[in-house]
Design a protein around this ligand. Structure first.
Ligand code: ZN
Length: 72
């Protein structure tokens, strides 16, 4: 269970503001450190890579809904 520690700390009860879905991926931006937990999160669709920060868009969305493809 110890290797689930990071995913547990990152797991927040984020709910999609559009449909109330909990199928939410966290958007990682920049150059995140690829821990074992994050690699598994990517594989499971719980984390996506948002790339480098884009100027002109602020605040940047932090979450991506896997159901309706919205970012918020
Ligand atoms: Zn949604």
């Amino acid at each position: 269970m110890s290797d689930n520690e990071e995913m547990a700390t990152e797991r927040t009860q984020v709910v999609c503001p559009y449909r109330g879905s909990r199928n939410i991926a966290r958007i990682l931006r920049g150059m995140p450190a690829f821990t074992e937990g994050r690699q598994r999160g990517l594989a499971e669709g719980k984390v996506i890579l948002g790339g480098c920060e884009v100027e002109g868009i602020y605040p940047l969305p932090r979450y991506h809904c896997n159901d309706c493809e919205e970012e918020f």
